[in-house]
Design a protein around this ligand. Structure first.
Ligand SMILES: Cc1ncc(COP(=O)(O)O)c(C=O)c1O
Length: 372
């Protein structure tokens, strides 16, 4: 079986370091925040070339608190994309604000800057681009438009640890960036985890307070906060894994190059690495108009594929909104029908890559299926 991500293989490759870190936490008796989380925060801020990092219990919490720190609340609008994981939009709703969508670019699959300006209104408070699949959004024009209108930019970097835009790390491009350490992420905890990263000490201070019940000191609550604290165990595990992340990212990039070499030229659309980006390939997402047949063939041969994501958020039943209907975001809607994530993870072998490519090559054109 070839999994989309193989977390067991990764654990076995760093088992002794992880086991030592877990034992250290158990022996310390400190299970929430504490030294392990503080040390991880320092290391991850440096990794993102940012001044501050606040460890949290999920990427969703990171988005929620980043929006609150930016002052987003009821009556405000936050501009984002409909082609993302639902958490991006859910977090906007948590604040009482309204998500406003702009479509994605058909090549990068990230926010189309040409469509951004006309979505800005007097109520717009923040712009929330998503670095989807590990590729940064086209940040210079997005930041330029945001600055021109005095809007805050929050990066959804949940899938993009270590990605770079024109040589600059995601996490230090906008005012605040949000990361997820969900186990399957490029940097994954062994449970839930997330963080915000920022160069702004005021945002750092607010998020730090909000994650722990808005306390200025114990039982003195200046803000209405949350229980969004990172566990010490996750901090300790993430510290170990962060030491390996650059190597893992290079292997992901090499795996993407190999896929490009061995996948067929015709029949599928390969992901584009934009000239401005260091893509970190959280997903290696191809396009095919014969997706169902392709998924079936892969599954029959013991290969797990993923669909990220089959329905854009404006068409999800829980997020329907009278302002939006089918046809409003044609690029997102088309790509949602065709996108298919192939297995990619640092421990994947050349033989596994060849096997996946072989199935795809032999499927193209079969079953009367036509591929782009
Ligand atoms: C783009 C995006 N945003 C936000 C999230 C939410 O992160 P978490 O699952 O850690 O809450 C995820 C993770 O699944 C994601 O992929």
């Amino acid at each position: 079986m070839i999994y989309l991500v193989d977390l067991q293989a990764q654990y076995l490759s760093i088992k002794s370091e992880i086991d030592r870190a877990i034992a250290r936490v158990l022996e310390s008796g400190q299970f929430i925040l504490g030294n392990e989380v503080a040390a991880f925060e320092e290391n991850f801020a440096a990794y993102c070339s940012a001044a501050h990092c606040v460890g949290l219990n999920s990427g969703t919490s990171a988005l929620h608190l980043a929006l609150l720190a930016a002052g987003v609340g009821p009556g405000d609008e936050v501009i984002t994309v409909p082609f993302t994981f639902v958490a991006t939009i859910a977090a906007i709703h948590y604040t009482g604000a309204t998500p406003v969508f702009v479509d994605i670019d058909p090549v990068s699959y990230t926010m189309d800057p040409d469509k951004l300006e006309r979505a800005i209104t007097a109520r717009t408070k923040a712009i929330l681009p998503v670095h989807l699949y590990g590729q940064p959004a086209e940040m210079d024009p997005i930041l330029g438009i945001a600055r021109g209108h005095s809007k805050i930019v929050i990066e959804d970097a949940a899938q993009a640890h270590g990605a770079e835009y024109k040589g600059r790390r995601v996490g230090s491009l906008g005012e605040i960036a949000c990361f997820s350490f969900y186990p399957g992420k490029n940097l994954g905890a062994y449970g839930e985890g997330g963080a915000i990263v920022t160069n702004n000490s005021e945002y750092d201070r607010i998020v730090r307070a909000l994650r722990d019940w808005g306390q200025s000191r114990r039982y003195y609550h200046n803000l209405r906060g949350f229980n969004y604290r990172m566990e010490a165990m996750q901090g300790a595990i993430l510290r170990v894994k962060l030491r390996h992340l650059e190597r893992w990212t290079e292997v992901r990039r090499y795996t993407a190059d190999l896929y490009r070499e061995v996948l067929p030229d015709a029949g599928i659309g390969l992901p584009a690495e934009m000239p401005y980006s260091r893509h970190v390939y959280h997903f290696f997402a191809v396009r095919t108009s014969g997706r169902d047949a392709m998924v079936r063939r892969l599954a029959d041969a013991g290969v797990q594929a993923g669909i990220h994501y089959p329905i854009p958020v404006h068409l999800q039943p829980a997020y329907t909104d009278a302002r939006y209907k089918e046809g409003d975001f044609p690029v997102s809607e088309q790509i949602a029908k065709e996108i298919l994530s192939l297995p990619i993870y640092p421990e994947m072998t050349r033989a596994q890559i060849d096997k996946v490519a072989g199935i795809i090559s032999s499927t193209a054109g079969a079953d009367g299926v036509l591929y782009k």
